[in-house]
Design a protein around this ligand. Structure first.
Ligand code: 8CM
Length: 357
């Protein structure tokens, strides 16, 4: 079994190690445009030695933004600033990835540090869309418009167009955000999907939107480049989405052309009291899907320690680890991990650093 610092090849792409930066919203874009902040934020983590850097949830249409200042890829104008970032990341030995997203009923919200609540139109908010006209909760109180079949087709088209633009911008790895209560998750979870047409009801029907969207992306995203999907493997709620259903969804996604399942969970409803937060609390999901579906997986969620991350890989519980908050604390985490695991720093640190440290 490989370790954290062994390379990982998937399709035509080789990651220099099994350490990835999890997509993390920065909420600092104007009209979806990337800025110097993104170059420095993502670029410093490439210099820091990660093998894969996944840019934050990037909206495929303005309605799909979580907040007014989310990143976006709904027009060709977004491509240029992103291309500058992918070029820098690639030059420094990391693989640039991007997460495509639509926030569904969790859209039109204030930034987390400004309250995380629904924004009225006069506060810069907008009408949201979802499988059913059900608000997320007390804070995200907006009742979304129930999507028509035409709405579904239009959003799927937006995903395909954005995927093509991601490729034009130089991304080598693409992830469909189908977790955390956003649009795809809200279709496959029975909590948020009360439809009676072909997109609701049975497991097959609830999975349809996500599987079709993935297939639309796959049709334009080059076959030799990896395509991942982040799913919520459990709603952690009585009567909600389950691990067994996630295995079924992962099988369908694999058949539709997914190369890797990024295994997260929850956030489809506002009550988090039943979540068993703790170190590596979602690792059993990536382990089960990898074993049952025979597809590559990523593990994410409170991975902070190099020995812990190495064990996840070497025991076959995931093919890559994705670190979020820990990478905010320390963009040089891979350098630190290399020391702990007795790996030659020269293999990941850029020459102007490696010579001295
Ligand atoms: C924010 C935006 C989108 C996401 C998120 C967050 C914050 C935490 C998280 O996921 O786990 O998917």
């Amino acid at each position: 079994m490989p370790g954290l610092f062994d390379s990982f090849t998937i399709k035509s792409i080789t990651l220099r190690n099994r350490i990835g930066v999890s997509p993390m919203c920065q909420y600092v874009s104007n009209d979806g445009m990337a800025t110097d902040w993104h170059l420095v934020h993502l670029g410093s983590r490439a210099v820091g030695g990660a093998g894969l850097i996944i840019a934050e949830a990037t909206a495929v249409e303005p309605r799909g933004r979580i907040s007014p200042t989310d990143a976006g890829l709904w027009s060709d104008e977004h491509i240029g600033p992103l291309a500058r970032i992918t070029s820098f990341i690639s030059k420094h030995g990391s693989v640039p990835g991007l997460q495509l997203a639509h926030a569904g009923r969790k859209a039109s919200a204030a930034r987390p540090w400004e309250g995380d609540h629904s924004l009225k139109e006069e506060e810069g908010g907008w009408e949201t869309v979802a499988p059913s006209a059900l608000a997320f909760g007390d804070k995200l109180w907006k009742i979304p418009k129930e999507m028509t079949i035409q709405d579904i087709m239009d959003v799927q088209e937006s995903f395909a167009l954005a995927a093509r633009r991601a490729w034009q911008a130089g991304y080598k790895w693409l992830e469909l955000h189908a977790a955390h209560g956003y649009l795809c998750h809200s279709f496959y979870s029975p909590i948020s999907n009360k439809r009676t047409d072909q997109y609701g009801g049975s497991l097959e029907n609830r999975c349809r939107f996500t599987v079709e969207t993935l297939a639309r992306i796959r049709a334009v995203w080059p076959n030799e480049l990896p395509l991942a999907v982040r799913i919520s493997c459990s709603d952690w709620v009585e009567g909600g989405w389950t691990m067994d259903e996630s295995i079924e969804l992962a099988r369908k996604l694999k058949d539709a052309g997914a190369d890797l399942i990024d295994c997260s969970s929850g956030f489809g409803s506002p009550d988090h009291r039943k979540y068993p937060f703790g170190p590596g609390w979602q690792v059993h999901f990536s382990e089960a899907i990898r074993r049952e579906v025979r597809i590559a997986t990523a593990s994410v969620g409170l991975i902070t320690d190099p020995v812990q991350a190495n064990e996840i890989i070497s025991s076959g519980k995931a093919d890559i680890t994705l670190l979020g908050r820990e990478m905010l604390r320390d963009p040089y985490w891979p350098h630190r991990a290399a020391k702990v695991l007795n790996v030659d720093l020269k293999s990941i640190a850029p020459a102007p650093y490696a010579h001295w440290i």
